[in-house]
Write a protein that binds this ligand. Structure first.
Ligand code: NDP
Length: 455
């Protein structure tokens, strides 16, 4: 086959797989988006290596190995029965036990869990650690719920989930709406049902009972380490740069903290109601206190910092001029219009701390215009990487120091960057880390799938 007809055949293969995904998973636009972006990157690989088509790799990759959906009944503080829906998708176990977080947010449905689980396969592959891809969640909204309600809901969630997971089978962690508190309640309930202390059943645990030092910081710090590599490749650094970080949750807070440690001037962050702009530099301590400890809105920040301003509506944050933007809140929070504004204002680098925070159009725009772009699969893989290190520590029944974990995290983020750059170079898309990360993540999983036969 000539080179151009091989490329055409690869393109047709990818399009037919994408068509199947859309027709088999109707009304799941986030899942379609994740698959579309991924498949598009693979054309040069499939052109060169027909074996992936011969082994039906794409057909198998886009179909979860297993997906469960379950009822989560619980009683609220008024004594009324509430019913939420829980999910766990066990997408791909080729490289190791399913691994991926649990999200509690009213927007959660099958399509969100599938998009996250699909991305997780390749992100986990990129870490170089032995973990497969999974994800879970519920449409439960923890906002405005009492401690007791959150505990009752979370215990009920685990009462069903426990039968589907295990330290060598599927190891959940946190995500939006699931932090140390919820992980603790889930761990307690699992232990009670199973009648044993299986430390490796969840990651993101408190350090008092088997958690890893550095896990809380890992996603945010890892994202900044990744962007640091991108900047260094262009002879630049965080030092003195104006940085915007959306969100004010786990990923955002620690991305801000690390960026500041590297000399950056972090000027804005947000929550789902609005954003704050602090020309003197965001006080991460105040944000932590408001959001982590007191569970308040980010609007309260201006009470502590008179020079700061609060604006209702979160998308306005992208209109602030900055050198580096780190979207760390949620999917599709940065669209083409925001991307154009950021570029007009001189942005040099983007690091996706959240999962799929840029729309497909925004992402393509940044890549085409030569803005350094760190895609989520690569840039936010630090969290799951340290989760895998937590599993290792649990297996060995010992714990590493913060400095040891942080050093390993830095090494892993550097390797992910290098692998993504090399894969992009090898397949003729130099400088495109979106394609590079997809290709590097894919190759390891696909080759291991071939080695394991048709399963
Ligand atoms: P948190 O729940 O700790 O924080 C989420 C933050 O995003 C909050 O500030 C929240 O605001 C804001 N947010 C949520 N939904 C929206 C929305 N629709 N519009 C604007 N802001 C919103 O979650 P994490 O920090 O853990 O997760 C953030 C992102 O990072 C997610 O995409 C997650 O999948 C991804 N991620 C997380 C990892 C981790 O280790 N935690 C690992 C890898 C990726 P509010 O307080 O108003 O809800």
């Amino acid at each position: 086959m000539s080179e151009s007809s091989a490329a055409l055949a690869a393109q047709n293969y990818v399009e037919s797989i994408y068509g199947q995904v859309v027709s088999r998973n109707p009304n799941e636009p986030e899942f379609h988006q994740a698959v579309q972006e991924f498949l598009h990157s693979l054309v040069p690989v499939l052109t060169e290596h027909p074996k992936y088509q011969e082994h039906g790799i794409l057909e198998r990759l886009v179909e979860p190995e297993r997906m469960v959906s379950f009822r989560v009944p619980w009683v609220d503080d008024r004594g009324q029965v509430q019913v939420n829906r829980g999910f766990r998708v066990q997408f791909n176990s080729t490289l190791g036990p399913y691994k991926g977080g649990i999200r509690f947010h009213p927007s959660v449905y099958g399509g969100i869990v599938k998009f996250l689980g699909f991305e997780q396969i390749f992100k986990n592959s990129l870490t170089g650690l032995p973990i497969g891809g999974g994800k879970g969640g519920s449409d439960f909204d923890p906002k405005g719920r009492s401690e007791q309600e959150v505990m009752r809901f979370t215990q009920s969630f685990m009462t069903e989930l426990y039968r589907h997971i295990g330290p060598d089978a599927d190891v959940p962690a946190g995500d939006i709406g699931v932090g140390a508190r919820e992980i603790g309640y889930m761990f307690g309930q699992y232990k009670r049902i199973r009648g044993g202390h299986e430390a490796g059943i969840l990651t993101g645990k408190g350090v008092l009972y088997g958690g890893s030092l550095g896990r809380t910081e890992a996603t945010g710090y890892g994202c900044v380490y990744f962007v640091q590599e991108m900047l260094a490749a262009k002879g630049s650094s965080f030092d003195g740069k104006r940085v915007i970080v959306s969100g004010s949750g786990n990923v955002s807070v620690y991305a801000m903290e690390k960026a500041q440690q590297l000399g950056a001037h972090v000027i804005a962050c947000s929550d789902s109601n609005g954003y704050i702009y602090d020309p003197d530099g965001i006080s991460v301590e105040i944000v932590k206190q408001l959001k982590e400890r007191d569970r308040l809105r980010i609007s309260e920040y201006v009470k502590f910092r008179p020079g700061a301003i609060y604006q209702e509506g979160c998308s306005g944050i992208w209109q602030l001029p900055c050198d580096i933007a780190l979207p760390c809140a949620t999917q599709n929070e940065l669209d083409l219009e925001a991307a154009q504004t950021l570029l007009r204002n001189g942005v040099q680098a983007i690091g996706e701390g959240a999962n799929m925070p840029c729309t497909l159009e925004a992402m393509e725009f940044f890549v085409e215009r030569g803005v350094s772009f760190g895609p989520a699969k690569a840039a936010n893989a630090g969290g799951v990487a340290v989760s895998a290190l937590e599993m290792s520590q649990n297996s060995m029944r010992l714990s590493w120091t913060f400095e040891e974990v942080d050093a390993k995290l830095q090494e892993i983020m550097k390797n992910i960057y290098t692998r993504s750059v090399q894969a992009a170079d090898e397949y003729g898309v130099s400088g495109n880390l979106v394609a590079g990360a997809n290709i590097a993540g894919f190759l390891k999983v696909a080759d291991a799938m071939i080695a394991q036969g048709i399963v």
